[in-house]
Design a protein around this ligand. Sequence first.
Ligand code: MGD
Ligand code: MGD
Ligand code: SF4
Ligand code: MO
Length: 719
Amino acid sequence: MPMKVHYRTCHLCEAMCGLRIETEGDRVVKIEGDKEDVYSKGHICPKGVALQDIHNDPDRLKYPMRRKGAEWERISWAEAFDEVETKLNAIRDKYGPDSLGLYMGNPGVHNTGTGLFFFDFAKALGTKNRFASHSLDQLPQMFVNGEMFGHQAMFPVPDLERTSYFLALGANPLVSNGSIMSTPDIQGKLKRLQARGGKFVVIDPRRTRSAKLADEHYFIRPGTDVLFLLAFVHVLFELDLLQVDRVSAYTDGIQTVGELCQPYTPALVAPLIGIEASTIRQMVKDFCAAEQAICYGRLGVSVQEYGSLCHWLINAINILTGNIDKAGGVMFPLPAMDFVKLLKHEAKAFRWKSRVRGMPEVASDLPSTVMAEEMLTPGEGQIKAMITLAGNPVLSAPNSSQLDKAFSQLEYQVAIDIYLNETTRQADIILPPATALEVLHYDFVLNIVALRNVANFSAPVFPINSGQRYDWQIILELQKRLEKGNSFLLGLKHRILSWLTPERRINLGLRIGPYGLFSKHKLSLQKLKDNPHGLDFGPLQPALPKRLFTKNKRINLAFPRILEDLERIPILIEQLKNSSDTLLLIGRRDLRSNNSWMHNSIRLVKGLNRCTILMHPKDAAKRQLVNGSFVEVSSATGQIKLTVELSEDIMPGVVSIPHGWGHKLKGTKIRVAEQKPGVNVNELTSEQLVDAPTGNAVLNGIAVEVRAVQQVTASANAS
Ligand SMILES: Nc1nc2c(c(=O)[nH]1)N[C@H]1C(S)=C(S)[C@@H](COP(=O)(O)OP(=O)(O)OC[C@H]3O[C@@H](n4cnc5c(=O)[nH]c(N)nc54)[C@H](O)[C@@H]3O)O[C@H]1N2
Ligand SMILES: Nc1nc2c(c(=O)[nH]1)N[C@H]1C(S)=C(S)[C@@H](COP(=O)(O)OP(=O)(O)OC[C@H]3O[C@@H](n4cnc5c(=O)[nH]c(N)nc54)[C@H](O)[C@@H]3O)O[C@H]1N2
Ligand code: SF4
Ligand SMILES: [Mo]
């Protein structure tokens, strides 16, 4: 068999690493970083190598399956689509359009075919009950982007390669490879920042890998970043450090922000957050003394009760210090396929509310924290059937037991997924798409958070066989069968949608994009095919105010919904003053995990058990626990049992458990993962605990108790 070399962008996380893949026939011989890739320049992580494990996984589903009692039977695509059409239409006819629920998970965003066909499909379902994993993760950021910049997808991106001060709150990019900041080889970038005399500062309740690389690291009491940030802005005004000459030309509300932050002095917040007042002041001075500086916050500040306030303040700091839209500050990419512009009409929020709890829609999705109650609460508009697409909410969303129960009592469930896992095991039908090395890839979503304007197209490495379908084919077929309206017009529309294959859509997007037909680059799909290592259109460029999507082309710094939310802060301060010394639970990512779904790769799960509770020796001693003790961790929502791992790297009073584990529910077929199941931390989180303006899940800062218990048998528990 002749050896073939393929160049491909890894789709597993946001970093968009270029891969060089050697194959022989239908076999992968080697996966390594593509040194010539214009963006990642050879960087790769262990998950990139494990792409071949997904491809070769004997547990991966390739054909439609229908539940038959406790068993599954293989059926044809035609049969599968006929059945889904009949069942879902019957449910919708009986109960109305909102009886259909839709959940899209994280890999949906990383899958070109899904991304290109999803929006029209979701709209065609006509339901208000749409959910996505981004409400477990980034809704606060999307909400403040929408209010401040007029578009939920206008993410300010750290221009790391040109900055001299990088302040990161609640992010561990050395492990996550960057989030809402596509950063292959973040370690190299941060070391270069330090080599040019810049500073990297981390605020995190755990001394993470990123914190260990940082010049300064401060522990913070989980959930209190909002107070740190309020004090930061307070000092900016107090010491007259504002640099708003440029931004004031297009920013409203600067003085209002100063007035709002006035009460929050470093002295007031310091004892509540665990960072000294003098340190806060010094940090502000250093930030402002730096020629270019970035304030960046990610999951740790998103999935907490004050996530929206945190992201509002982070944006405000970058604006007030003149670091927005400036080289070395935070900037707005101009992607080759301008997804932000293309989605302009979707960038809306607060048009409807969830039926039971009244949580708002943002960009057409309701927060996943209300998904279970919308399934479980009887009445008009109750969800009776669910479609899950590339999502595993039974492990990923808070209060898993409740969600599992909610799925179990549905009248019908369709899963578009590649595994029989914790969520799909309850489905009536599974429609598995081709994936990973079998699909084309163009990262039109993640280029909106890239550090350079780049473009890269990957052709499939392997062909699919006649029994397989691409994700977009499945989605389009479902749309054809479920969309309601004038049959002539729908027929025409569906013919156009079918003609617009992913390749045609990408080509069109590139041609009408900023480097396309009307520019000197004349970018097209063919041009990308001719350049397998990608094309680089250079560093990010200043783009404001032109790029703003607000009607008046101005940034709205003091918008009503956030001012209202600020009223919760005096209450938070009182609570913190009176708080007991309960342990607070936070999460933990690992380089060899990818949320819940890559634990079926031996190379990624082998070695020591990673699903442990990390605890400071002082907290352990208080409870007579030692390294390796077996404990029960309980919260107001539930209990789990696992092993203690002592570490000085965690702030006293805080414990950490990774998410994505708990592969021991009956009926799954992920045989490697089942051997190392771990336990599901989302048995402890609560769907009732949310960021108030958005309903985004709170997954960190959960009050828990930890006590020693007897381990009955090793195999019955986490191992
Ligand atoms: N406690 C706690 N919980 C968390 C987090 C945390 O930090 N702490 N993190 C949260 C975050 S940030 C996120 S994004 C969510 C993720 O939440 P989800 O997106 O719900 O969960 P994933 O684990 O990403 O599951 C992805 C699913 O997609 C399937 N899949 C993989 N590739 C494909 C494909 O090509 N096509 C299709 N159709 N399916 C595919 C997998 O089999 C799996 O079922 O979890 C959240 N949950
Ligand atoms: N290897 C790997 N990479 C991934 C993923 C994965 O599962 N594995 N998931 C991907 C996804 S979906 C996402 S969204 C990104 C997330 O990317 P990141 O946000 O970089 O990921 P985390 O590692 O969850 O970092 C959150 C940090 O916040 C800290 N933290 C917790 N609570 C608080 C708090 O109250 N305040 C502060 N200041 N810090 C706090 C935690 O200790 C942790 O170090 O990662 C992506 N990349
Ligand atoms: S860092 Fe992310 S994109 Fe790069 S190889 Fe690893 S999983 Fe793939
Ligand atoms: Mo995420």
